[in-house]
Ligand binder design. Structure first.
Ligand code: ATP
Length: 220
């Protein structure tokens, strides 16, 4: 799977999240990432949250609706609903395996995460196998260390890291790229709390999503 490809190949980029709600801390860094490494398209992949984890406050349909409102009219993005429609939760690696099967062996596939997710990646199911299916693109996030304090994760990162974005297009999987994306100190947790506290959500998420939160009476 690691054969070199023509450098004209594009990358199929996926960005998973709970999106409860989707916000500019999701959208702006990945838009900047697209610019930084030349991604033509990003597919948002809202998660199915397993019953034993803290549940999102918004229902599946509401989280999906907010994602759709946030990306409406922006050709950079689309949404893949597959995880939401599953009756049983699945791990990211299962979804990546499925998408790899659909796309074939040669297409460069990438999964985008924030720096906070990188720091806890060793808790993910079969985390070391993620790179068998995709590259990992990591967006900077303020408030999280930029060094890893888990030796296993640190050496894995060192073994797979590239600073050359062009190489990402030349092989289908196997690399980790730490992007130089803008730092946005925004989290869904903070947005939900601000809503409860009656504080403004301006500049934290798109106005269409703000209006939807209001109409649906979310995060009260
Ligand atoms: P919550 O506060 O509910 O945990 P969140 O704001 O972290 O949510 P998620 O939907 O859990 O959002 O995140 C999806 C992905 O987006 C994760 O990989 C996360 O690291 C990344 N991400 C979220 N917010 C930011 C941000 N402000 N900057 C960079 N990456 C982010």
């Amino acid at each position: 799977m690691l054969d070199r490809l023509e450098s004209s190949e594009t990358i199929h980029a996926l960005f998973g999240g709970t999106f409860d709600p989707i916000h500019y801390g999701h959208l702006k860094p990945v838009e900047a990432l697209a610019h930084e490494i030349g991604l033509q398209h990003i597919t948002l992949l809202p998660n199915h949250v397993p019953p034993h984890r803290p549940q999102p406050e918004a229902k599946v349909q509401q989280r999906l609706q907010m994602v759709e409102l946030a990306i409406a009219g922006n050709p950079l993005f689309s949404v893949d609903e597959r995880e939401l429609h599953r009756t049983a939760p699945s791990y990211t690696i299962d979804t990546l395996e499925e998408i790899r099967r659909e796309k074939g062996e040669n297409l460069p596939l990438a999964f985008i995460i924030g720096q906070d997710s990188l720091l806890t990646l060793h808790y993910w199911h079969r985390w070391q196998s993620l790179l068998d299916y995709c590259h990992l693109l990591v967006c900077a996030r303020p408030g999280y260390a930029d060094t890893l304090d888990t030796p296993e994760l640190e050496s894995w990162l060192a073994a797979h890291r590239t600073t050359d974005a062009n190489i990402l297009k030349q092989q289908p999987n196997g690399l980790i790229y730490l992007a130089h994306t803008p730092l946005l100190d925004i989290s869904a947790t903070d947005i939900r709390q601000r809503k409860r506290d009656g504080l403004s959500l301006d500049d934290l998420l798109p106005p269409t999503v703000q209006r939807y939160i209001e109409q649906q009476g979310l995060y009260r």
